[in-house]
Design a protein around this ligand. Structure first.
Ligand SMILES: [Zn+2]
Length: 217
């Protein structure tokens, strides 16, 4: 095995492992949600379509070119491939993308309400989690809406009436952001249920984001 083959194997294996984590961490149910990781400038590994997470093997995980052509893998790529590719194209800083239907965050997606900074951990995503316009799932238009909402400054967006998309330097980082989004959504929901949560100012969140970046180095 060449070092390139080994790197590809490890990334495809990570897609399998984080897929199982999606279920364990209650970020999705059944075969819902999908994840991907950039392999190099023009190749992306993405979870396969319709295979239960417990059954996915590294050989199943499709490797696709940034134009969508499948170059490796036994199974068709996730139907949300166009959305993942749109994010990689618009954000060269992104190395991993996670899409979930996690229940608390998706509640806000259905309301069309951003998740504000009622908890400091929102700093993993930006000053809030914004909401992308509603577009039909598995279309290029959904990818365009997600990219527009993410802009340059957010690591996560809600997809209106659908779910969550997170994007960060690596698959592992994007996965952590997906956990943080769901946690912040849950706390915000609970806080609103019994009172009027205090929202942290943008400059404090910016300061915390800088701190996080410093930890990452
Ligand atoms: Zn979805």
């Amino acid at each position: 095995m060449t070092s390139r083959d080994l790197a590809h194997y490890e990334t495809r294996n990570a897609i399998c492992e984080y897929g199982r984590s999606l279920l364990e961490d209650d970020l999705t149910t059944g075969t819902g949600g999908n994840l991907s990781a950039r392999l190099d400038d023009d190749l992306v590994a993405i979870s396969p379509s319709g295979v239960p997470y417990d059954d996915v093997t590294p050989a199943d995980v499709p490797v696709v070119k940034t134009d969508g052509t499948v170059v490796e893998g036994e199974v068709e790529p996730s139907t949300e491939l166009p959305m993942h590719l749109a994010v990689y194209e618009s954000r060269p800083d992104v190395g991993g993308v996670v899409h979930t239907h996690s229940p608390y965050a998706t509640t806000f997606a259905s309301l069309g309400e951003p998740i504000p900074a009622s908890h400091y951990l929102i700093s993993f995503t930006g000053t809030e989690v914004p909401v992308a316009e509603y577009r039909t799932h598995a279309t290029a238009e959904l990818g365009e809406a997600a990219v527009e909402s993410l802009g340059e400054e957010f690591n996560a967006t809600l997809l209106r009436n659908h779910g969550v998309l997170t994007a960060d330097e690596s698959l592992s980082d994007a996965y952590t952001v997906a956990l943080m989004v769901e946690y912040c959504a849950r706390i915000h929901h609970q806080a609103k249920a019994i009172g009027d949560p205090e929202i942290l100012p943008d400059d404090e969140i910016d300061r915390l984001s800088d701190k996080l970046d410093a930890y990452g180095q």
